[in-house]
Design a protein around this ligand. Structure first.
Ligand SMILES: CC(C)(COP(=O)(O)OP(=O)(O)OC[C@H]1O[C@@H](n2cnc3c(N)ncnc32)[C@H](O)[C@@H]1OP(=O)(O)O)[C@@H](O)C(=O)NCCC(=O)NCCS
Length: 334
């Protein structure tokens, strides 16, 4: 069997135009800028337009156009679209297929949505890598695009303050130049026993939406914040360590760590467990974005590449967790 290395050829992001600050949230729920910033590290988040033009597949379209330019590829060079989202445009068809049409792809490439909550991008990246390594596919577009503002309960101050909308994409392709870029180690996991820590019980097969649910707001996302916090810190540290140990790399040799951006205190605690003395090499952008679910890691990665912090040749660690409880890590040489 052929064995190829894969490389991130290009990335792109889309930031919805509307910014919702903590101060503005003070007029929606009983909260304060101080409370939110102190407990989460968030100051503002982006909110998609409900008038159209910023649906998850629209954001993906804009972000992918930039990624294709950077990768020097055309839309028809994409062999597979993996679309991670908990807020797809519609239940059917999948968002990947909608995006395929929007991109003008005519090669009938495979289109698959990934439902792994905040871990969707890392799941997609690791799946794409496996398919590229074996020679099955050459270029895979991995999308993480979320419009969480539609699914959060804007009356629940313990959860609505956390989330934001946005999109990040990456094109993973066969490394033709063999320049050292590659995915070195990866893992994906889930622990279904914690499914009620973060879930949305109504609205599909088991309990289709009723007007009563809508009136009561019972169909929105529900979260047990403290339970999520505890599992998150433990899981982030464990998966990162496993990914590093597998290839005998020390956390201190990693140039940049990009953890899922759910709460800055989760990041601080996980990094402490990992033995980091400071957060100098940890990319944190939650202050401006909030938790954008699957999109946090590609958003943070793209920003750090574009502002020159992350350079080609750097060792980068992605580390994620989310509802499910899904989780995973990827160590790569960029
Ligand atoms: C949600 C989270 C920020 C809450 O922080 P916390 O320090 O655990 O706060 P608590 O839930 O203990 O609440 C403390 C108090 O603040 C109040 N409070 C909750 N939200 C508030 C808000 N937005 N503004 C002001 N007060 C708030 C609570 O009602 C509580 O008041 P009480 O002591 O009078 O009962 C935190 O648990 C968290 O980030 N959890 C992880 C969530 C997560 O990562 N989810 C996504 C995973 S992908």
């Amino acid at each position: 069997m052929d064995f190829y290395k894969s490389k991130i050829l290009g990335t792109g992001i889309y930031a919805p135009k509307k910014i919702l600050t903590n101060k503005e949230l003070e007029s929606i729920v009983e909260t304060s800028d101080e409370w939110i910033f102190e407990r989460t590290g968030i100051r503002e988040r982006r909110i998609c337009s409900t008038e159209g033009g910023e649906w998850p597949t629209d954001m993906a379209l804009y972000a992918t156009r930039d990624a294709l330019v950077e990768a020097k590829l055309t839309p028809n060079d994409i062999d597979l679209i993996l679309f991670a989202s908990v807020t797809p445009d519609v239940p059917l068809p999948n968002s990947a297929s909608i995006l395929q049409t929007k991109l003008g792809i005519t090669n009938e490439c495979g289109c698959l949505d990934i439902s792994a909550a905040c871990s969707g991008f890392v799941y997609g990246l690791n799946m794409a890598n496996a398919m590229i390594q074996t020679g099955f596919l050459k270029n895979v577009l991995i999308v993480a695009s979320e419009m969480l503002s539609r699914e959060v309960d804007w009356k629940d101050r313990s959860s609505c303050i956390l989330f934001g909308d946005g999109c990040g994409v990456a094109i993973l392709g066969r490394n033709e130049s063999n320049d050292g870029s590659q995915i070195l180690s990866s893992n994906i996991h889930a622990d279904g026993t914690g499914k009620e820590f973060f879930y949305q019980p109504y609205g599909r097969a088991v309990a289709p939406l009723t007007t009563q649910m809508i009136e009561e707001g019972s169909h929105y996302m529900k979260m047990k914040g403290k339970e999520m916090f505890k599992v998150a810190t433990r899981t982030l540290a464990k998966n990162a360590k496993d990914a590093l140990d597998k290839v005998h790399v020390s956390i201190n040799d990693v140039n940049w760590i990009i953890p899922h951006q759910a709460n800055v205190r989760i990041i601080e605690t996980a990094c402490k467990i990992l033995g980091l003395n400071n957060l100098d090499n940890v990319i944190i952008n939650i202050e401006r974005w909030g938790n954008t679910s699957a999109a946090t890691i590609p958003l943070a990665f793209h920003e750090a590449v574009k502002d020159g912090r992350i350079k080609r040749g750097d060792l980068v660690l992605f580390d994620t967790f989310g509802a499910g409880l899904t989780s995973g890590a990827t160590l790569l040489r960029y």
